[in-house]
Structure formats: C-alpha cells, structure tokens
Write a protein that binds this ligand. Structure first.
Ligand code: PPS
Length: 296
C-alpha cells in the first residue's frame, strides 16, 4: 500500500474543481465522490472554524440522550467521520462511514458543488452551521498557524488576501455559505448560526433536537447546554484536541479551542482592511438574504 508523503507546512494544497483541499483528500477523490449516502444519514456541514466541534458535541449528546459517559467514550475526531478525510494507510473517512451502522451521523466541510452526488438523492438530513465571515477568518488564521499539516499562512496581511481570494483549504467562505443557504429549501436542511448558538444556546439546541426527531426532558436539555459550553468543552480532553500530537496541531502556538466569542475580528482587522472587506462582502453576498450578527 502506498504511504501518503509526510504532510507539513511546506506541503501545498491541491485542487478539485478549483477548490483547494489537502493533498491526500484530492488523491482519494474518486472514493469520496462515489460515497453512498443513506436516507437516514445526518450530515453536519460547516465551513472550517464555524463551530463544527461544538455542533458535533451537541448532536452526539442529543443522540446519547445526554449521557456524558457515552459521549466521552471516544475523542470527538473519531465520532462522526469526515467523509473527505484521508491519510493512508489509515482508514479514510469514507471507509469509516461505510463501517458504521445506520442511522449514521457524518460531517463534512465540503461546499455543495463538491458533495458526493448520492447525498442529493438519498433524502438525508443536513445540519449546516454558519459563522460570520470575519470571526471565521480570524479563527482560521490561528488554526492555520498551529496546524502543522496546512501551509504556512504568512502574516495576517498576507493571509487576509489568501482568505478573501478563497485560496484557503476548502475554498471561499462566501461561496460555501451562499451555496448551502441557496439550497436550504430544496433539501431537509437545518441552517444554524454560530452567533445564535452563542446568544441563546438552549433555543438552538431545541431546534436540533426537533430536527433529529428526538424528545428530551427539560433537565436533559439543560445538561446539554451546560456540557457544551465553551468552558466545558475547552477543558474536556475528548473535545479540546489535546490528544492530537504536536506534530499535527501545535497548541502551544494557538489553542484549538481559542476564544469562542463573537467579535474577535475587531482585534485583528485594521480600519482599511475592514472597509475593503465590507466592499468585497457586498459584491459577493449583497444579493443574498443572509444576515450575520457581527458582535453580541
Ligand atoms: S474545525 O477546525 O474546522 O473543526 O473548527 P471548528 O470546530 O469548526 O471551529 C472552531 C471554533 O469554534 C469555537 N468553539 C466554540 N465556541 C463556542 N462554544 C463552544 N462550545 C465551542 N466549541 C468550539 C472554537 O473556540 C473556535 O473558535 P475561535 O474563535 O478560534 O475560538
């Protein structure tokens, strides 16, 4: 079996249909593309750094009826597999998903145009979480810095250009969010916002419970709210990625669970960058009905 060449900060991203992705994912593309979705799959979909880990933990706690012990049996990366994850000779995300009994919970960062086509014909459910572009961009910058398997992001100013041009891994934030938003009425999609989850976690968790067709007691819901708070998840070794080797995620550079707030972009964007970003945002998103909360 061929081994994937060691990934490191010098490794360049490859592309599928002009979307930059990590090289092993692109090398495994035919397996990903032909993945067979099932009608009772629930696919968690996010642009990177939008609250994937948070919603994964919420969904898992709902699935386990609030049983913390069951949720802590495995680290979060091993709970729903990423369908596009590939690091041969380890089993790929598709391999792991294929072994799972139904009903499956899966996750992806793929934009709509790259999703394996069987998802569109299988009648499955999609849970999309969107985060405002500026906070997402800041969070992704720090993730790029600490990830040892993504290219060097350069300075904040250099990364600013890379991000707005959609040249980061998984492509353009604008196209990703717009793509999923535009199809939200055509498929069974629950579209959530990170900022709403911060403002009123209980209300958003109730939406997920209903979407999953579950019925949980009020006290279980309250427990899920508490156990999925930023502070709890930051200190939980099953969710904070502390088990990932430093050669992959160097948390001495920036923690995986960094600040977990709305509005940190104000500590990073210069006035000029903000004006430029607003202009680009209008060009790319102006015609959508999407609105984001930029501070709480
Ligand atoms: S990844 O790498 O794409 O899987 O990252 P992802 O999990 O999508 O997003 C990481 C950001 O989400 C924050 N986070 C949370 N915020 C609030 N509450 C909870 N429980 C929570 N869990 C994760 C995490 O801190 C990252 O955001 P930043 O702004 O960098 O802190």
């Amino acid at each position: 079996m061929a081994l994937t060449p060691e990934l490191n900060k010098q490794t360049k991203l490859k592309e599928v249909a002009e979307i930059p992705l990590q090289a092993p994912t692109v090398d495994n593309w035919s397996q990903i593309l032909t993945f067979k979705a099932k009608p009772d799959d629930l696919l968690i979909c996010t642009y990177p750094r939008s609250g994937t880990t948070w919603i994964q933990e919420i969904v898992d706690m709902i699935e386990q009826n609030g049983d913390i012990k069951k949720c802590r049996q495995a680290i979060i990366q091993h709970r729903p597999p990423y369908i596009e994850w590939a690091r041969p000779p380890q089993p790929s995300g598709v391999d792991k998903a294929n072994e799972m009994p139904a009903p499956r919970i899966l996750r992806t960062h793929l934009p709509t145009q790259l999703l394996p086509p069987s998802f569109w014909t299988s009648n499955c459910k999609f849970l999309y979480v969107a985060r405002n572009a500026k906070d997402c961009m800041v969070s992704y910058y720090h993730f790029y810095r600490m990830s040892q398997v993504l290219p060097d992001p350069g300075t904040w100013d250099e990364y600013f250009e890379t991000f707005i041009n959609g040249k980061v891994s998984w492509g353009s934030w604008f196209d990703h969010v717009k793509g999923w938003w535009e199809i939200r009425d055509r498929y069974e999609i629950l579209f959530l916002f990170y900022e709403d989850m911060k403002r009123d976690p209980k209300q958003e968790i109730q939406k997920v419970i209903q979407f999953m067709g579950k019925n949980l007691d009020e006290e279980v819901v309250d427990k899920i709210v508490q156990e999925t708070s930023f502070e709890k998840m930051k200190n939980n070794p099953m969710t904070n990625r502390s088990t990932v080797p430093k050669s992959v995620l160097d948390q001495s550079i920036s923690p995986f669970m960094r600040k977990g707030i709305v509005g940190d972009w104000k500590n990073h964007f210069t006035v000029a960058q903000n004006e430029r970003f607003e202009e680009i945002y209008q060009q790319k998103m102006g015609r959508t009905s999407l609105t984001f909360c930029m501070e709480l």
